[in-house]
Design a protein around this ligand. Sequence first.
Ligand code: SAM
Length: 239
Amino acid sequence: MKYTILTLFPDMIKQGLNTSIMGKAQEKKLIQIEAVNIRDYAYNKHKQVDDYPYGGGAGMVMQPEPIYEAYKSVIEDGNKTPRVIYLTPQGKPFNQTMAREFSKEEELIFLCGHYEGVDERVIDRIVTDEVSIGDYILTGGELAVMVMIDAISRLIPDVLSNETSAEIETFDDNLLEYPQYTRPAVFMDDRVPDVLLSGHHKNIDVWRRQQSLIRTYHKRPDLLETANLTEADRKFLDK
Ligand code: SAM
């Protein structure tokens, strides 16, 4: 997967994604991250990329030309153009289903806004998807793009060392994941549930499924409305 990020702060992206699993995924060439500085495409000698909003009001707006030129610089003529995602609080809320869908692409371009946002005309011309990472306002799209790249990349084969760890987890089937335990078996008089020490895989699976249902019921009952529930799940929840 190749990610290209159009941003005013390329160092933020590089530093933020250089360590841990994302760093290793880049070393192994499973993902490639290129941050393109929009300021390099500024039209004027002061390298200014923003200006006052037409109609008045507070703040500055990112000008369309440098963004369009930065975009053109990364598009290869003749090839199918990749999806261009604009990070904006006005976009579709990002979720696991979207992460899975994006993880199947070969290449993605992200546009990070700053200040009051981006001139609408460049959004109209280049953006295919508008995505928000939540109902709050960030100062820029850089943190949002890092969140998306992390969530998308861990779904790409071989990015996680133990691939099964991305197989059953929170939001699969629209349920929250069951509780997890590791050594020691007793921590401050609190013992790991016996079933997990039993070695009986069928019973462990049943227990985990039931714990997922209980957790979702208590913490995120809204998810149950669209969850993939079996007959046995429904019977359990009715109890
Ligand atoms: N004036 C804009 C509005 O009300 O919609 C908000 C601009 S915000 C201060 C600056 C930039 O941060 C946006 O252009 C966007 O790229 C990014 N941003 C802010 N909040 C975000 C969110 N919740 N999700 C994704 N990107 C966000």
